[in-house]
Design a protein around this ligand. Structure first.
Ligand code: PLP
Length: 405
């Protein structure tokens, strides 16, 4: 009999955050090893629980949540998202412009499936949250990576974006605050990104899922608020700001010049209908979350647990010889650099696998985020201070031995 093979569509699709190294870690755990995991931005297992009021609203409404709802989502939840869009000065957003999905992930895939024909190009940051690259490839498009520059605090290089635009370029993806770098883009950079999109008629995709996870008193500007004349798709959800990754509740907001995108929007509507609707119970959390007490503030304040862990992890990592790291202003991650003269790494997945095997610390290699060289890795700073200290101590020991090879 013929072997059953995966589709050719998956040939260029890759998602290394849950890739082969994680599989190896699972096998080690089954053998009884305790691994310190700094690999996934999932707050709940580290004691960052969703606010009680959100959980209570889901429980209270479970009785009403057993039927399908509108393909775009529950009315009350979308209304709350519309108010949120108004607060963030995202222009020209009505109820019909909001789509609730099973996490932002589902909506990213949907947005790419609705847009791309074979060979269409989408500008995606390097490094990126790799679902963006994977979703473009899966939809038959070609991800074209533009550089974010470490020396500039990981801000996008406008020159590189311009250099990579071709007649096939359809859209520009912006992840702000960024995963994996933690960079928060200032308004003047956002303005320049809007100008490029305007000049070339590009659709803007803004992944703003960390827009409340901000340190040092920083504030966030939605790029859509600067682009009333462009078609912008803004993504956000409950996973990070409300520490409810498991609820799988995300949303997409269409704003700006929607007339130009009438056909695209028809495509989005069809794909939203085909999957009937997003998980209904969790949609009951959205109105409460967006309207309620914003408990993330206590975590990101200078004395808050997240901010303290960011500071600690940054300090400990940058004390290791040959390790430098831009301090993140948002999100849950550090993306340190290993000086290639000191650590001549050829295959960063192999490097991360060896670290796992020898020191039982799980990280994700930089190439998993489509970074261009094998000289970075991502650290999630959700584990408590003791675990972070232990894990980074083990990384330091591993690197010291690596240097001596
Ligand atoms: N976008 C970014 C930048 C992320 O970091 C993540 C998850 O880590 C997602 C989207 C996916 O979010 P969701 O849980 O809403 O699917």
């Amino acid at each position: 009999m013929q072997p059953i093979q995966k589709s050719q569509k998956l040939a260029n699709v890759c998602y290394d955050i849950r890739g082969p190294v994680l599989e190896h870690a699972k096998r080690m755990e089954e053998e009884g090893h305790r691994i310190i995991k700094l690999n996934i931005g999932n707050p709940a297992p580290f004691g960052f629980f969703a606010p009680d009021e959100i959980i209570e609203d889901v429980i209270v409404n479970l009785q009403n949540a057993s039927g399908y709802c509108d393909s775009k989502g529950l009315f009350a939840a979308r209304k709350a998202i519309m108010h949120y869009a108004q607060q963030k000065q995202i222009p020209n957003v009505g109820m019909e412009d909001i789509y609730i999905g099973n996490g932002v992930s589902e909506l990213i895939v949907m947005a790419m499936q609705a847009l791309l024909d074979n060979g269409d190009e989408v500008l995606v940051p390097a490094p990126d949250y790799p679902l963006w690259t994977a979703a473009v490839s899966l939809a038959g498009g070609k991800p074209v990576h533009y550089l974010c520059e470490e020396e500039q605090g990981w801000l996008p290089s406008i020159a590189d974006i311009r250099a990579k635009i071709t007649p096939n370029t359809k859209a520009l993806v912006i992840i702000n605050p960024n995963n994996p770098t933690g960079a928060l883009y200032p308004d003047h950079i956002l303005q320049q990104l809007v100008e490029v999109a305007r000049e070339h008629g590009l659709l803007l995709y803004a992944d703003e899922i960390y827009d409340k996870v901000l340190y040092d008193g920083a504030t966030h500007t939605s790029i859509a608020s600067l682009a009333p004349d462009l078609m912008v798709c803004t993504f956000n959800g409950l996973s990070k700001n409300y520490r409810a990754c498991g609820y799988r509740a995300g949303w997409l907001i269409l704003s700006g010049d929607k007339r130009r995108a009438k056909d695209y929007i028809e495509g989005l509507n069809m794909l939203a209908s085909m999957r009937l609707c997003a998980n209904v119970p969790s949609q009951y959390a959205i109105q409460t979350a967006l309207g309620g007490y914003q408990s993330i503030d206590d975590l990101v304040a200078p004395s808050g647990r997240l901010a303290r862990q960011r500071d600690l992890a940054h300090k400990l990592l940058t004390e290791i010889p040959g390790v430098t790291c831009v301090k993140p202003q948002g999100a849950l991650y550090l993306f340190p650099r290993l000086d290639p003269d000191i650590y001549p790494i050829e295959d960063d997945q192999q490097f991360i696998l060896e670290l796992l095997q020898l020191e039982r610390v799980l990280l994700v290699q930089g190439s998993g985020f489509n970074w261009i060289a094998p000289d970075h890795f991502r650290v999630v700073f959700l584990p408590n201070s003791d675990d972070l200290t232990e894990a980074i101590g083990r990384i330091a020991r591993f690197l010291e031995n690596y240097r001596k090879r």
